[in-house]
Design a protein around this ligand. Structure first.
Ligand code: H2B
Length: 114
């Protein structure tokens, strides 16, 4: 159904377009487990992933770190016992770019691969 996770991030600078409200609604259908949140006026995508212990949470954190380095697009990762909170946004535009939705879909795929 989703092809977002097959897509590559585009290089992005301060002039890159933020997603519109319409695009946001459309893209959210492909990543239904994520929540759009606004922090200090900056829209972000967030999801909590649950694990059985710290070791599994840390392993997932590292896998997400690898896909981030592959695309040179980086999340905030908070690793706790049994839980990893992943937050994506595009610092360069202080908001959401399509890249963030691609990376959210790819983060879901990391979970599916484990
Ligand atoms: C210079 C380099 O392209 C930038 O610093 C990249 C690195 N990773 C990034 N990650 C995210 N999430 N947003 C960015 O704007 C961003 N910019």
């Amino acid at each position: 159904m989703s092809d977002l996770k097959q897509q590559k991030c585009e290089a992005c600078n301060a002039e890159a377009p933020k997603v519109s409200d319409e695009e946001l609604a459309e893209l959210m259908r492909e990543i239904p487990d994520w929540t759009p949140v606004s922090r200090d006026g900056v829209m972000q995508l967030e999801r909590e992933f649950k694990f059985k212990n710290f070791k599994k949470a840390l392993a997932f954190t590292n896998r997400v770190g690898e896909i981030a380095e592959d695309e040179f697009h980086h999340p905030t990762l908070v690793t706790e016992w049994g839980k990893v909170t992943v937050t994506w946004w595009t610092h360069a535009i202080n908001g959401l770019h399509k890249n963030d939705f691609i990376m959210a879909a790819r983060t879901d795929a990391v979970l599916d691969a484990e």
